[in-house]
Write a protein that binds this ligand. Structure first.
Ligand SMILES: [Zn+2]
Length: 348
């Protein structure tokens, strides 16, 4: 299991555009170094947990699902000052409040919709670090906790304020503790994809949205004032989220025939995720319910091998749809809809 993989929210190709185009103001070429340091700091805190517990054995709890928000104080350290623990009153720091509230929404979604107890299904405490670094233009999951930058206030604003960012990062933890999808090539794009699926599903669930009125954008809330109206990804129309001189052009393909086969971005993990993302969007739209569709995807996540391809994921999602239809938790015809959605993006 690649439990020490760091999953950044903003993809490396956007970072390099930002560095190249932002005249130093937003440049943060030391991001990789910061992330590596963070990883080293936390490297020995959590043993990998086998996902077998999900299937009904009651494993020993690893925590109490409590939220702990730490203020990094603009250093690149984690767990610097605990500023709000579970049940403690609100502070006057909006980023702390947002991180706390958003993590609460995500925790509720897993518990109430997916019957999952926190990230590891063993009540893992939710550790969130805010104000990481100075003008840090990213957020990441590093294997056992979430860390959010403030953004530079020009290109990106505070990452913790966005529910889909928090849900996306936390979902990397869920993937780590279930299929352990390797963060490279197609399995890595699936890893990114599942984070976007749960990012949008949590957001739509909290907002009471239906597939037809949701925006299907990921990262729209963190875009700075100059980039208003854009996002980092569109699940509905991959490849159309942005096109501007600062970020460049959204490289996501919407069809398997256009997949990226180069080695950048870990083999295109943030690029090729557009293909399964659109399959999910199509399936949710036809099923008419994003949360139900996310339940199908979540079921499938437990049965995927760590090195799964898109084709294997499509097969498993269809199988999971059949299982949930039989159990009465997805509408009849869901398996056919799901198969059609994958076929529409050139998979299966
Ligand atoms: Zn990610």
């Amino acid at each position: 299991m690649s439990s020490r993989t760091i999953c950044h929210f903003v993809p490396p190709y956007v970072q390099s555009e930002v560095v190249k185009n932002a005249d130093g103001a937003a440049a943060d070429s030391s991001q990789k170094k910061l992330a590596d340091e963070a990883r080293k700091r936390r490297a020995d805190t959590i043993a990998a947990v086998d996902a077998g517990g999900v299937q009904g054995i009651a494993p020993a709890p690893t925590g109490t699902s409590r939220r702990e928000v730490y203020d990094s104080g603009h250093t690149t350290n984690q767990r610097v000052t605990l500023v709000r623990a579970e049940g403690e009153p609100e502070t006057d720091d909006a980023d702390v409040s947002n991180a706390y509230d958003n993590a609460g929404h995500v925790r509720s979604f897993y518990q109430q919709v997916l019957n999952r107890e926190s990230i590891d299904n063993r009540f893992l405490d939710l550790v969130l670090n805010v104000h990481f670094g100075t003008g840090y233009n990213n957020a990441f999951w590093d294997g056992d906790e979430m860390t959010f930058g403030d953004g530079d206030g020009v290109i990106f604003s505070g990452f913790a304020r966005s529910l889909d960012v928090v849900a996306h990062e936390l979902a990397h933890g869920v993937t780590q503790f279930t299929s352990g999808l390797i963060y490279k090539n197609q399995s890595g794009a699936l890893n990114e994809h599942f984070s976007d699926v749960f990012g949008t599903a949590v957001t739509q669930w909290v907002n009471g949205e239906h597939p037809a009125d949701a925006d299907w954008l990921i990262g729209d809330e963190i875009m700075g004032p100059d980039l208003y109206g854009e996002a980092l990804r569109s699940m509905r129309h991959p490849g159309t989220a942005y096109d501007n001189p600062i970020l460049g052009t959204d490289p996501q393909p919407a069809h398997y025939a256009d997949r990226y086969t180069g080695s950048a971005d870990n083999g295109g993990v943030h690029i090729n995720s557009g293909i399964p993302n659109r399959a999910f969007y199509l399936a949710a739209s036809e099923i008419g319910d994003t949360v139900t569709t996310a339940r199908i995807w979540y079921h499938a996540l437990h049965f995927l091998a760590a090195d799964s391809t898109f084709a294997q994921a499509a097969d498993q999602v269809a199988t999971s749809a059949r299982v949930l239809v039989k159990a009465g938790s997805a509408p009849k015809g869901s398996a056919q809809i799901v198969r059609g959605a994958w076929r529409a993006v050139g998979v299966g």
